[in-house]
Design a protein around this ligand. Structure first.
Ligand SMILES: Cc1cc2nc3c(=O)[nH]c(=O)nc-3n(C[C@H](O)[C@H](O)[C@H](O)COP(=O)(O)O)c2cc1C
Length: 312
């Protein structure tokens, strides 16, 4: 018997069934199409698009990326083509691909989020929405939506009303005092799943030039450096809610994937690792199948069930 027939990699994120639990993360995989000549997109569990906003955004000044020990800083400034151009130009091509495409949505006000979803609701070819709530709310003095339970409930509630056609995932900020509180607020307002988590606000400076290493001065830290911190957030969030959790932060190897699944992730996303190896997500699908077969586990959920039985 070969591993291909013995191991069932399918996972369910609420009503959405994915071929396997490996997705490519928002902002690190373009609109998916950029990777079509490098990997077989149909082998992935799915991918999340670059964040989409109401209007096109040019983004932050260069430099936008800076390597750090075991990680990377980025300040891309949420550059994107805008939701209408995405629907007109990218979605028609994406529809030909047989994998789950999740649209990452962001805004600087409640109305922005609702408008982006409204435009996407009229289009075919998406599997779910992922709400990025790590954005400053311009109407509330720049406070992040994702760090206040009342604000998160408000934005998720409004998005939920607009998103009648598709599941709504909410991508949490890691910069919170109590992830359980935030996770429960999102669940209570109608989220179908949580993505845990985004990058960690950070900075790097060049003392010789007396300048920040990033054009935007500060940015977000990602990569292996954040993995142990985010792993705990997934563990804590899982204890707080019943909806599925998608874990991400610093995943590079099959071992990393297994760790996120063990602490309660129903699926994972791969971000920064795609910069050094654009084929990493497909490689991880193949590696996960092999690893499960060797461990004599035949479904993905067995990893979590085993770990939770041991650790509560
Ligand atoms: C260059 C870059 C751009 C990103 N853009 C977005 C984005 O548009 N929306 C979003 O929700 N997350 C964005 N992220 C965050 C990633 O999706 C992910 O949450 C984070 O990088 C942690 O995962 P990683 O350590 O595997 O990269 C971006 C990350 C990077 C490195």
């Amino acid at each position: 018997m070969t591993s291909a027939v013995a191991v069932d990699l399918h996972v369910s994120i609420g009503a959405l069934r994915l071929r396997n639990p490996i997705l490519a993360a928002s902002g690190t995989f373009g609109y998916g199409l950029e990777f079509a000549h490098l990997i077989d997109l149909n082998r992935l569990g799915g991918f999340v698009t670059k964040g989409l906003s109401r209007e096109p955004i040019e983004g932050a000044p260069a430099p936008r990326l800076y390597p750090t020990p075991s990680g990377m800083l980025n300040a891309v400034g949420l550059q994107n083509v805008g939701v209408r151009a995405f629907v007109a130009e990218k979605l028609p091509v994406l529809r030909k691909i047989d994998t789950a495409v999740i649209a990452n949505v962001f805004g600087y006000s409640l109305e922005d989020y609702v408008e982006v979803i409204r435009v996407l609701e009229d289009a075919e070819g998406l599997a779910a929405y992922e709400l990025n709530v790590s954005c400053p709310n311009v109407k509330k003095g720049g406070m992040q939506f994702g760090s206040d339970p009342a604000l998160i409930a408000e934005v998720v509630g409004a998005a939920r009303k607009a998103a009648t056609k598709r599941p709504l995932w909410v991508k949490l900020s890691p910069l919170v005092t109590d992830i359980g509180l935030i996770a429960r607020a999102a669940e209570g307002a109608g989220a179908d799943a949580l993505t845990v988590a985004n990058t960690y606000p950070a900075m790097a400076v060049n003392v010789r030039t007396q300048k920040s290493r990033l054009g935007n001065q500060t940015g977000g830290l990602s990569g292996p450096a954040i993995k142990p911190i985010t792993l705990r957030l997934v563990w804590e969030a899982r204890k707080a809610v019943r909806i599925p959790i998608i874990g991400l932060g610093g995943i590079e190897t099959v071992e990393d994937v297994l760790e996120y699944l063990a602490v309660g992730g129903s699926a994972v996303q791969v971000g920064t690792a795609s910069f050094t190896d654009p084929r990493v997500s497909q490689r991880l699908v193949e590696g996960l199948e092999k690893a499960l077969f060797e461990a004599k586990m035949f479904t993905v959920n067995e990893i979590r069930d085993k770990f939770i039985a041991e650790n509560g």
